[in-house]
Write a protein that binds this ligand. Sequence first.
Ligand code: ZN
Length: 278
Amino acid sequence: MTHHTTPDQGFPVGGFPYPAEGEKTVVQGPTHAMSGAAAGLALATTLPASWGGATTTAEILAYTGLTAGAALLPDLDAPGSTVARTFGPVTGLLARAVASVSVLVVNVTGTRKDARISGGHRTATHTLWFALLVGFLAWSIGGVFGDNGVVGMLVFFSGLALRGLFPQWAKEKAGLVVVAVAVGLGVAAYETVPALHTPLMPASAVTAGILVHLVGDMLTKSGVPLTSPVIPRGGKRWWSWTLPGAVTIRTSGVWDQALLLVFTGLATWQLYLVLMGL
Ligand SMILES: [Zn+2]
């Protein structure tokens, strides 16, 4: 593990290692979404039903859509991210709220050795606890808000999945077209997949999607604070898990595109098998 610091970001040297503005070691939204789709297809077809796994083709597709959408969610802490732009001002405001809460969480839970921050990306939303929290929200939304809550959740994740998986299409269409298709998909999923009326499958898919995002970001030099603030290291509560330097992505453009290609291939191949009933 390497501890990567970039003092030119306005944070103290030795502070929490954020990806710097100019440091392009990022995994882009579409790559996150496509890796979520590939993992979603694999999980939906292999997980036992007691873990939220799917048994019908419609369930597999629904699980995959949720996982692809949720794989964008941790970047709600970054205003320019795909997820922050999905539903215009709605997700824009949500992203700002999530960013503020994330800053608060870091500053409240940090020790004296942790840097106090005023902004930044990859903090509270890039932890295992965020994956569990959102999984719990997906689990409980039906109980709290009833059918409307579940449909709203499905529409939300459909929008994310559309933006992430079909970035070119989403860019060419007016925002309202994307929203309309998301609403159509969300309602159709609710009507045709009874498993979505129970908490297990949505919770499983959404949690998995977020975990896939965290793994994706782990491939970059800056890593992610997976276990923060629970497990301290060297007196700090906010530190990043990173992979050994040799396998981390240093130049995003090429690596990100290569990953996108690999995951598109994996997802397409699995989708073919599913649709052929193999
Ligand atoms: Zn991220």
